[in-house]
Design a protein around this ligand. Structure first.
Ligand code: GLN
Length: 509
């Protein structure tokens, strides 16, 4: 069996290797499972794997190549999928006891599209329960470790997907993002994440958290890979009324996959002063992001300071709107319509109310319960106007800030997290400290905008105990420290701008 060079392997390298007959899809898949068996016991990125089925998928790709069929770029590429995205016939738990035994009866549109591209699916990755959290510690089943320092969290809620990619246990992965759940774990694990414009990717088959914000998107090793994966899953879908196509789909696709760097170089980049004035911004983050800005300038990109004055209201606004949506979306898990029933025991009674109480009491963990209670409160009569309605009005102001800024600049650059990846256990019992970690990712979600998370070299010494078995990413030269991420925010349906600029930056590093 040829040894497949899985360290730092990108989608493009994979495709070339396959067509040059350096390795077969079957060998590659086997190699990835060997890696998962070696590495995942210490990382816990996967909730479930599906080796037999994946090997059969890989064989089909090898057969197509042997018969000289033209195969798509993603053919045979071993991918991981966050366990809140449906994959027909596979258990899909959303990392909740509530769905411990639920088998998906249909494919999410994103999964179906990747199947049509002949991708290989290695397994389902861990997340915070129902995607609520920023550290993957809220999973009902296991805590995922950060491959760049296993004493620290990988971020969340798509921590399993980001850790699987960072530890070479998948070429790339799907995550979902409601308030930073793709971009923040990508930053904590030193990989790339794209949160698409709200509506760019169908939500059909994504277990709903907050339907007005949820989006599926890629986590990958390079910006180019993120663009390839995003292009494969995006588009209007009759199964999701909020999904949409960009204005000029052909031009959009061309710019997505083959950016014109001369045009990209002319984009003006805005630096919102409120994002740099945040109390508690770690010096390593500030230094790293400043280095990224200097590099942008060195590449001929014009930067200017801008203002997004309502930024400080994003955390309270989000943590009212999202629990409200959560409380209504999670009402369906009652043991009658959806989900397992709570354990039956005669003394506990047999009425409908008893079933609800048992099912929801036993099935949900602390964070979903907290949000259901909060959300029910802010939607209740007498409080609706003071909380929910007010938060929606603040959301409109946050959106308007961005619209005004985008009259002057094409892209906005900001830090991605206020701190470096924190220690496992450090914040899990302090929900407020955990919510504050989301300060830089929530505004773009509230405004429905696309965001790209990119790693930058952290030159500050003495951070972390990097796992020597995890290769530093080729575009983060010599970094032995913990990863620092920054983000590029774009106008709605301007993914080609942020991906183009991200690629220009990354490929000139
Ligand atoms: N950390 C955020 C939250 O807990 C983000 C979640 C997400 O994007 N799914 O709500």
């Amino acid at each position: 069996m040829s040894l497949v060079p899985i360290k730092n392997l990108t989608i493009r390298d994979f495709h070339d290797g396959l067509l040059n007959k350096d390795f077969t899809a079957l060998e590659a898949t086997e190699n990835y499972y060997t890696r998962i068996r070696e590495k995942d016991p210490s990382i816990s990125a996967y909730l479930s794997t599906r080796e037999e089925a994946a090997l059969r998928e890989a064989e089909q790709v090898d057969l197509a190549i042997a018969q000289n069929e033209e195969v798509p770029l993603l053919a045979g590429v071993p991918l991981a999928v966050k366990d809140n995205i449906l994959f027909k016939g596979e258990i899909t738990t959303a990392a909740s006891k509530m769905l411990e035994t639920y088998t998906a009866s249909y494919d999410a549109t994103a999964t179906a599209k990747l199947k049509a591209h002949k991708a290989v699916f290695l397994g389902k990755t861990n997340l915070d329960e129902f995607a609520m959290g920023s550290s993957t510690e809220n999973s009902a089943f296991q805590i995922t470790k950060n491959p760049r320092d296993p004493t620290r969290v990988p971020g969340g809620s798509s921590g399993g997907s980001a850790a699987a990619v960072a530890a070479d246990m998948a070429v790339a992965a799907l995550g979902s993002d409601t308030g930073g759940s793709i971009c923040q774990p990508a930053a904590f694990c030193g990989v790339v994440g794209l949160k698409p414009t709200y509506g760019a990717v169908s939500r059909s088959g994504l277990i709903a958290m907050a339907s007005g914000l949820d989006q599926i998107g890629p986590i990958a090793k390079t910006v180019e890979d993120a663009a390839i994966l995003f292009d494969a899953i995006r588009g209007k879908d009759p199964l999701d009324a909020t999904s949409a196509e960009p204005e000029n789909p052909e031009k959009y696709q061309e710019e997505l996959l083959n950016p014109d760097f001369q045009k990209i170089k002319k984009l003006r980049v805005g630096l919102p002063k409120e994002y740099f004035d945040v109390e508690g911004l770690a010096p390593e983050i500030r230094n790293g992001v400043e280095r990224a800005i200097e590099k942008m300038k060195g590449l001929g990109i014009a930067v200017e300071e801008i203002s997004l004055p309502h930024t400080k209201y994003a955390v309270p606004c989000y943590y009212i709107i999202v629990p409200a949506e959560v409380s209504s979306n999670l009402a369906r898990f009652d043991g009658i319509r959806y989900s397992r029933q709570g354990t039956r025991n005669k003394e506990q009674g047999t009425t409908l109310k008893d079933i609800y109480l048992r099912t929801r009491g036993e099935g949900f963990g602390a964070e979903p319960k907290r949000r259901i209670i909060l959300g029910t409160f802010v939607l209740s009569s007498g409080y609706y106007d003071a909380y929910y309605d007010k938060a929606q009005r603040v959301r409109a102001l946050i959106k308007r800030d961005f619209e005004q800024a985008f009259e002057h600049v094409g892209v906005i650059l900001t830090p991605l997290t206020p701190t470096l990846p924190f220690k496992i256990g450090e914040k899990v019992n302090d929900p407020l400290a955990m919510y504050l970690e989301d300060i830089f990712t929530l505004p773009l979600n509230l405004a429905g905008l696309p965001g790209l998370s990119l790693p930058v070299e952290n030159r500050d010494k003495g951070q972390g105990t990097r796992d020597k078995d995890v290769t530093p990413l080729s575009h983060v030269p010599g970094s032995m420290s913990l990863p620092v991420g920054f983000q590029l925010i774009g106008k709605p349906f301007h993914e080609p701008d942020i991906l183009g600029l991200g690629r220009y930056y990354q490929e000139n590093s």
